[in-house]
Design a protein around this ligand. Sequence first.
Ligand code: COA
Ligand code: AMP
Length: 629
Amino acid sequence: MSYKAEYERSMNDPEGFWKEKAAALKWFKNPENILSQDEHGIYHWFADGEMNTAYMALDYHVEQGRGDQLAIIYDSPVTDTKTQYTYAQLRDEVAKAAGMLKELGVEKGDRVIIYMPMIPEAVISMLAVARLGAIHSVVFGGFAAPELAVRIEDAQPKVMISASCGVEIKRVIEYKPLLDKAIALSSHKPQSCIIFQRPQATSTLIEGRDHDWNELYAKAEPADCVPVKGTDPLYILYTSGTTGKPKGVVRENGGHAVAMNYSMQAIYNVDKGDVFWAASDVGWVVGHSYIVYAPLLRGCTTIVFEGKPIMTPDAGAFWRICEEYKVKTLFTAPTAFRAIKKEDSEGAFFGKYDLSNLVAIFSAGERLDPPTQEWLMEKSGKPVIDHWWQTETGWGITANLQGIEPMPVKLGSSTVPTPGFNVKILDDAGRELSANEQGYIALKLPLPPSCLATVWGDVEKFKDSYLSSFPGYYASGDGGYIDEDGYVFVMGRVDDVINVAGHRLSTGEMEEVVGGHPSVAECAVVARDDDLKGQIPMGLVVLKSGVEADEAELGKELVQLIRSSIGAIACYKDTYIVKRLPKTRSGKILRKSMRQMVNGQPYAVPSTIDDPGIMPEIEALLKEKGVIG
Ligand code: COA
Ligand code: AMP
């Protein structure tokens, strides 16, 4: 099959194309209404299909005789634990976990927040919620209590599931106090919490609200799969936007299952029985899609890895896993490869393990920088494939489709649009640009299955955030260009979203925290390029008049504030006190110009700047402090 033929069919006959892809799954009632629009004009896929995602991912495989095949391999170097679940075992565990949720009153459409480390119970919880037709919202364990509180407030969960602790390289992080604090901060209170007690730190349960996972589980009756419509939500996943408040991306059951299953064949070229490993976290979209749902829908074996690319115990951790479990496809973020490269630049660890089962390595989360890509290709001897995607889409918008027609790799490009995605480069006025011209990357509507259906509880926010900049298009928030061969080059965000170690964060949100410090009058948080983490945030602050503060001392306080408000993953470290910030005459802070400046690039200053003297003043100060050369 050629890429061109497959792609063109997806463009010319989207309904026929996706109906055919939907038929690869086991629905309770096959969809006939393939693509429809609601009263807000928003597109939906498979509205009249009836299904259950957990059924498709587990029960169906057991019914097909694959019950003894491995579904999950859990490998945790930080706790020295390894466990495995067959499809039959996982289905039974999920059915019982669904039973305990049912016992607590969870029904179709109810929300359940899952705040857990990378343990099998996190995956079991997600599938158990899906089994009941309820909606999960997984919150990454590295987020601090106020971040969790915002999500509780917005999603209004009936039940929350958490663990007593997470285990990081250097320390055990107790989750329960964070959970309690978040619930205290939120005006919405869940009816019940289920806590999975881990031996590294057990927690005290609150009478009447909290339940011990093991106790509930022991008493639970297995629950059946609840049929849902293709358009019923499967999950909400919050992601950082340009404002302080994260957006709840809503994913619908039908489109999600179809796109996940198709992507496993088309993009990754994996099939039933293959071992697929996404080294990420279930708290991120990569974890939702490619640790949990896609591998299981496809009948693969997935790996739940509670460790890091380095230090658990060394830079050979990934290759050890690939050898031990015969991994066919590895997928992670560039930062992980950069971390390995830093520790093992000669690639000594590659030679210590048998990587003969590994066919390809995939990367996403940020642009795979050409030096890292070249290094990894050379040391591993495998194709290293960058693909571009977002929480909003849930799967690759552009990719090098290994199951359709592998294409030559062009360094720095995430290759070509995936079937279903009509990728265009637009200028400010929404006019389509020609090959090699850089502009805004937009996706012509309708988006293919699995892309966000709305922002939870706020369809206007969905329209404002994504659909209003360019009518008829979804604005991706990324900039880039398409070359003369149709290869897409994604060059970075055009808004204030930054990517720290593959974690998407909002500088606006950090500014709210920094601006909340009693000494700070105003501030700008901008991203600085970082060799390991891609980008890290840096604060430029103006003190309130009359306030005298020591820069280092203030910096330390702001680090603590960001850690306790957003989380250590923000990696906020550097603060510089400046006299003034550059602004337009209408008062808008010139963040883009400052970002260019702190990264040593020539900076553009708009003609609307209020006082052109401020930028050189800050530049001189940062040069003096050695921040820029
Ligand atoms: N729960 C609680 N805290 C967490 C956490 C979690 N799940 N994950 C990370 N943190 C904390 C870390 O302990 C660390 O805290 P510290 O500053 O007190 O040491 C901080 O957040 C930063 O963590 P991290 O970004 O993991 O940095 P690191 O320096 O410990 O490790 C890498 C560097 C490159 C190894 C690591 O960033 C990595 O593995 N990246 C891959 C990211 C990834 O898979 N992204 C998914 C997108 S596909
Ligand atoms: P997230 O929603 O956390 O997955 O982050 C999505 C953002 O990460 C995108 O909008 C891009 O800015 C960036 N991104 C993800 N993958 C890539 C890639 N392969 N190339 C360039 N940028 C990427």
